[in-house]
Design a protein around this ligand. Structure first.
Ligand code: 5RP
Length: 233
């Protein structure tokens, strides 16, 4: 099965098996797997009853293109269910997210959600954060503080790199919130150390949010290479 089909399998099953008839307010993550979640939501007879809360400009476009109703997180701080992709998933459902630089809004929406469901293809389910995702942990920082944060990250043993826009050194990536992203490699992070690493990152002045999602996901739907589906809880 292609990776694309694995993503579709995960996205469709996550909606079919988790959306309750009473769910109205839906969080919509970002990336290439979430495309299939939104496609599925757009096929439902009840689609006009749903209000979708985006986590990025891309998510907003997906919601509109699939003729779903758009809401915002300041209107709805209680979200019935949120779906999102992940860059890496460990055996305790801790995540690395932010490969698409949307981590702050993604974490905000996930934190408002009663149920947070992850959708991914088999490459993401590594069992240990930092195992295959070589880019490190994405960290969104205020541009004024990025040099100081880089210094702080090195002091706590990380290998930080400011994320650049494209290969031609077009300058730093700027998030939907006007900030920079630093990707920081900490090597493999055992499940029982993810929380403390996240706390250390948050202690650096200028850090808005990190791509470590600790204990937030309720389930992960993983589309496998052989066409089967793994559901981790
Ligand atoms: C964006 C994200 C994405 O959800 C993550 O990068 C996974 O993307 P994809 O579904 O394309 O593999 O965190 O900030």
């Amino acid at each position: 099965m292609s990776i694309e089909n694995a993503k579709k399998q995960a996205g469709y099953a996550a909606v079919d098996q988790n959306l309750d008839p009473s769910d109205r307010i839906i969080g919509v993550g970002s990336g290439s797997t979430i495309v299939y979640v939104v496609e599925r939501l757009g096929q439902l007879n009840t689609k006009n009853d749903l209000i979708c809360i985006p986590t990025s400009f891309q998510a907003k476009q997906l919601i509109v293109e699939n003729s779903l109703r758009l809401g915002s997180v300041d209107e709805f701080t209680e979200i019935d269910i949120a779906f999102d992709g992940a860059d890496e998933i460990d055996s305790n459902l801790n995540l690395i997210k932010g490969g698409g630089a949307c981590l702050f809004q993604e974490k905000l929406v996930a934190s408002c959600a009663k149920r947070f469901i992850v959708v991914a293809d088999y490459r993401k389910n590594t069992g240990l954060l930092g195992k295959d995702w070589r880019n490190g942990v994405p960290i969104e920082v205020n541009p004024l503080a990025y040099k100081k944060v880089i210094k702080g990250l090195m002091e706590i043993g990380g290998k930080p790199a400011l994320r650049e826009a494209g290969a031609s050194k077009a300058g730093p990536v700027v998030t939907d919130n006007g900030n920079f992203v630093i990707d920081c490699d900490f090597g493999e992070v055992p499940s029982n150390q993810v929380q403390s690493l996240d706390a250390k990152l948050h202690s650096l002045v200028g850090v808005l949010e990190t791509g470590l999602f600790v204990g937030m996901a309720k389930k992960a739907y993983i589309g496998e290479e052989d066409g089967s589906l793994t559901i981790s809880k």
